[in-house]
Design a binder for this molecule. Structure first.
Ligand code: MN
Length: 467
């Protein structure tokens, strides 16, 4: 089987692709970086990508809404919506190591003196954000022990001309920062802004520590990602990126960061967080800056699909009966999971619920449904709960588990897990759960079975009489 590959290698190829498909809007020049840019982007978030020339008078344009719909994600990976999760899983299972680039457009221009807001058009997005944020930077770090790289995305607050406040949630970059700190060292980092959507999606995979997410990007492209070493540290970055900030996460330094509008549609709090000293900026001669509006559709989509792929792999490794999984948009593509299974044993759905909670700490609600339920249709899922679930028998509650610190209903991240077994009992009379259907519905052809407009007019006149 030949695998479909990502359609673009860099950001500008993706913009060209979007333009070719009438999905790229261009704003008037000089849109304000504070709120106005995000307002226009948000207004169009489900329809079009938007390019902002000269935002706030800056030379560098900003682009937003690179992914506005699940079908765009499929297009970016060169596949169909039905196959997109499978394609992503395949890439995770067949990673491709990056290779050293012969040329590095991202190092065409080198700034030794760093002044972030003067050099880059950095927007302020939501009303109560503490200020300008880099929200779409791939955060590339190296495990201080093994040297293996990690790619993730973290919100980056502009705290000073060469200083960034960053929220590191307890995953891999956070572990590396702790290890470096224990050794009394800073952690080398590169913040990469402006790259193709497949690479951005790769950064969101839930894979073990020391699994370089850039290898997933290579697999999605069907060719290794060309990388180049940073000029001031040992981090390797995509050579075709638009902008790279080279820096260090400082040991034993914490400064206020936040608030910032986040994916749950609330603000992440202000607190003392890690600090990055930026040492150098490199960029393309005609660089483009990518921003993600906090809590917008692009933010949700980026988190959802890679997690679904990881969760399906995780669950199928234990339960072959698992068919598919979906993180619903109402559950902010993080908290609510629906799992579709081909149930074979009584009680199996409950074991699968337990397995799903261990897939990621963000997950707080899991609904398990049978294979006749469309997990991509929230109404169908609710129907399954309405007709196959009894709370005294099918509800699982696990109190005081680790959850998302960004969920305001938790106690600083400590929260309950809720599992709903909405599968049919195996020993039930099959007729009780026989879904109603009208024979022949799927075979109806409107062209064959309905009359044309002229005949409709004549018919309606015939029953209403001439007026
Ligand atoms: Mn990782």
């Amino acid at each position: 089987m030949t695998r479909p590959n990502a359609v673009c290698r860099d950001l500008r190829q993706w913009l060209d692709y979007l333009h070719g498909n009438r999905r790229l809007a261009v704003a008037r020049p000089d849109v304000a970086l504070e709120f106005e840019l995000a307002a226009i982007a948000k207004h169009l978030e489900a329809e079009k990508a938007v390019l902002f020339p000269a935002p706030g008078g800056h030379e560098i344009p900003v682009v937003a809404n690179l992914l506005a719909d699940r079908s765009w994600v499929a297009d970016a990976l060169g596949t169909t919506e039905a196959d997109v999760v499978a394609r992503y899983r395949d890439a995770v299972q067949n990673p491709l190591k990056p290779r050293d680039a012969a040329e590095a457009p991202v190092q065409e221009v080198v700034h030794d003196e760093v002044d972030l807001t003067r050099m880059l058009p950095i927007p302020t997005h939501n009303e109560l954000d503490s200020g300008a944020y880099i929200s779409a930077g791939l955060f590339i770090t190296r495990n201080p022990t093994t040297g293996v790289q990690n790619v993730s995305i973290h919100r980056c607050q502009i705290s000073g001309p060469d200083r960034i406040g960053v929220l590191l949630l307890p995953r891999h970059a956070h572990t590396f920062a702790r290890r470096a700190e224990e050794a009394g060292e800073p952690l080398e980092v590169a913040i990469v802004i402006g790259i193709d959507p497949a690479t951005v999606l790769a950064s969101q995979a839930i894979v073990p520590i020391d699994f370089d997410e850039m290898e997933i990007a290579g697999a999605l492209h069907g060719r290794p990602v060309d990388v180049v070493k940073c000029l001031t540290n040992n981090v390797r970055v995509p050579a075709l990126a638009e902008i790279v900030l080279e820096g260090r996460v400082l040991a034993d330094v914490r400064e206020p960061e936040g608030p910032f509008g986040e994916f749950p549609q609330y603000y992440g709090h202000r607190a003392d967080r890690h600090v990055i000293q930026i040492d150098k900026i490199t960029q393309r001669r005609d660089a483009i800056f990518h921003t993600i509006t906090g809590g917008g559709i692009e933010h949700l989509l980026l988190g959802g699909l890679p997690r679904e792929a990881s969760l399906v792999s995780h669950l199928q490794g234990i339960f072959p009966e698992v068919l598919d999984a979906r993180l619903s948009q109402g559950g902010v593509c993080r908290y609510h999971l629906v799992v579709q299974i081909d149930k074979k044993q009584p009680g199996q759905a409950k074991n699968i619920l337990l397995g799903a909670f261990s897939g990621h700490y963000d997950i707080k609600q899991v609904i398990v449904v049978d294979d006749d339920v469309n997990i991509h249709d929230p109404t169908d899922v609710e129907w399954a709960v309405a007709t196959r679930f009894q709370a005294d028998r099918d509800l699982l509650i696990i109190p005081d588990a680790e959850g998302s610190k960004l969920d305001p209903s938790t106690t600083d991240g400590l929260g309950a897990k809720m599992g709903l077994d909405a599968t049919k009992p195996l020993d039930a009379d099959p007729f009780d759960y026989q879904r109603i259907s009208v024979p022949g519905e799927a075979g109806v052809s409107l062209g064959r079975d309905l009359q044309g407009e002229d005949q409709v007019q004549a018919y309606v006149k015939g029953i209403a009489g001439e007026v």
